[in-house]
Write a new protein. Structure first.
Length: 523
């Protein structure tokens, strides 16, 4: 009974507090900032999906993960991950459904006699029309291409078609269009296909889409929903711009829905409370089985480890002596990334043109006098996962190199290898927008390998990290062959960093040998 009370106090009650607090606080902020006050515009997919997927993991890692260590799992090392995932899912699922519920309850259906009345309202999200005509003969079209899959094995082709919504068929020659109806066609093929094969597949895809579009009718919807600040919405707005006949000042694009407006999301509340109750019950059951580690639990109750959650996390992100430049580079990359996010450019991925506008590296543009792109491109990323992978790699290698090299030399190596990696990229690629910190990070790894091979670090340290570092680099270069990754920048950064490492190794080895206390390279 005593162990049960301790589990409830140390594990279950904090879990409930974190879960309920996150759902309420996040939902309240979403409603207040983005719906009620409309403080600023941000991609709706970020608010309704990506942040609810990402933030709970960070919250649990910072404020809760240490409590799971109090449980005795024996030799089953994967069980802590299972417990973490159950806690994570209990927060994520109700949070995502709550955002949908808020949106549904705060928006109403605007009944319009015809589309011209749309100009007298403030861009309503939901509309119903009595009189209208969908003009299929005068449309705007936008083609988009991207890769997906763990190893970029899928090549995705999408056609976005924006059709003018008119008051009647007699208005087909009018440029004064109040709104558009959007439809899209999508096809996925193997990304390993040669370029000419992809072009053939794209031609077949457009022909099939044209046949389907010609035979389709789009008039039998019950209501229309506005494409807001989303990736699809931006693609449809680009489709409108592609047709010079359209008035570019109005870019309201709507998606048709064929069910009744009143029934939309009618089961959302059931999903919110049902998923929350199931998650809480399941988590209560699974924490009853393992025993508590007696010594670790007593230490935790006595406060010996309670403050380690934040301090351990902060040690990787707060500048301090011996680890000053790495966190600052991390901050610069994060600031630029979120500046692009809050500009409405995306989250998981960014468009190549937007990256170029923000300082991406492209041979014709860079060699036309904009040499600063060799540097600015190293602080841009193609999306969240690109940023996350690079910052993780930066922190790992920075832990060992910055204390050894010192602030100035470490920063100089980072910037130099980054610029040289950018040079390698425009030398190899003629028409590819190159971005990312990976060239500079590979430069640090190249230097790291050189110092390991020249035995600047102790032998035991070198044996442990040399193999793992080579595997990490080899894996990333191999994935680059699959496409979508700038291997030229990777190799350019790696080789330049390795050569710099060889040049510095002699002095650094003397520096380490003269310092009997090996804190020079320990973090």
């Amino acid at each position: 009974m005593r162990n049960l009370k301790r589990k409830l106090k140390l594990l279950y009650l904090p879990f409930l507090i974190i879960t309920i607090s996150f759902i309420l606080i996040y939902s309240t902020l979403n409603w207040l900032l983005f719906i009620e006050l409309k403080a600023f515009s941000i991609n709706e997919q970020i608010i309704e999906l990506w942040l609810p997927l990402i933030l709970p993991a960070l919250v649990l890692l910072i404020w809760y993960n240490k409590r799971l260590i109090l449980l005795e799992f024996g030799s089953k090392d994967r069980l802590p991950t299972l417990y973490f995932l159950v806690a994570y899912a209990t927060i994520v699922i109700p949070t995502i459904n709550s955002q949908n519920f808020i949106e549904q309850q705060t928006q109403k259906l605007h009944l319009l006699n015809d589309i011209s009345l749309l100009a007298k309202t403030e861009s309503p999200k939901y509309i119903s029309l009595n009189n209208f005509y969908i003009d299929k003969s005068n449309v705007g079209i936008q083609s988009t291409f991207d890769v997906s899959g763990k190893h970029d094995q899928h090549f995705n082709m999408t056609l976005y078609i924006a059709m003018p919504i008119l008051k009647s068929k007699s208005d087909t020659n009018s440029k004064n269009i109040h709104g558009f109806l959007g439809t899209e066609y999508h096809k996925t093929i193997d990304n390993d296909l040669e370029q000419d094969e992809k072009e053939k597949e794209y031609k077949i895809f457009t022909e099939e889409s044209q046949i389907d579009f010609d035979s389709a009718t789009f008039e039998y919807f019950n209501y229309l929903q506005l494409y807001g600040n989303t990736d699809d919405g931006e693609a449809f707005r680009e489709a409108i711009k592609s047709n010079s006949k359209f008035n570019q000042s109005n870019q309201l694009v709507y998606e048709p829905f064929y069910d009744e407006f009143e029934k939309r999301g009618e089961n959302t509340l059931v999903w919110i409370f049902g998923s929350f109750a199931i998650g809480c019950a399941l988590y209560l059951i699974i924490i009853l089985f393992p025993r508590l580690k007696e010594q670790e639990t007593e230490d935790f109750e006595n406060g010996n480890k309670q403050q380690n959650d934040l301090t351990e996390f902060a040690s990787f992100i707060i500048p301090k002596e011996g680890f000053y430049v790495t966190p600052i580079i991390l901050y610069i990359n994060l600031i630029i990334f979120f500046a692009m996010v809050f500009s409405g450019l995306g989250f998981m991925t960014f468009d190549a043109n937007d990256l170029l506008n923000w300082g991406g590296n492209l041979r014709p543009t860079t060699m036309n006098g904009e040499w600063w792109r060799l540097l600015t491109s190293t602080f841009l990323h193609g999306g969240f996962m690109h940023l996350f992978a690079n910052m993780y790699g930066l922190i790992f290698v920075g832990i060992f190199l910055e204390p050894l090299l010192g602030r100035r030399k470490y920063l100089l190596v980072y910037l130099t290898t980054g610029i040289l990696a950018s040079c390698a990229s425009i030398w190899w690629y003629e028409e590819t927008v190159s971005i990312g910190a990976s060239g500079a990070i590979f430069g640090l790894y190249g230097l790291f390998i050189a110092l390991l091979l020249t035995k600047v670090f102790p032998p035991d340290f070198g044996k442990t990290f040399l193999t793992s570092t080579l595997i990490f680099i080899g894996y990333n270069l191999l994935m680059g062959i699959k496409g979508g990754i700038d291997n030229a920048a990777h190799i350019g950064g790696l080789l330049s960093g390795f050569l710099i490492g060889l040049a510095l190794s002699g002095n650094l080895k003397k520096q380490v040998e003269s310092n009997q206390d090996e804190s020079t390279f320990e973090f």
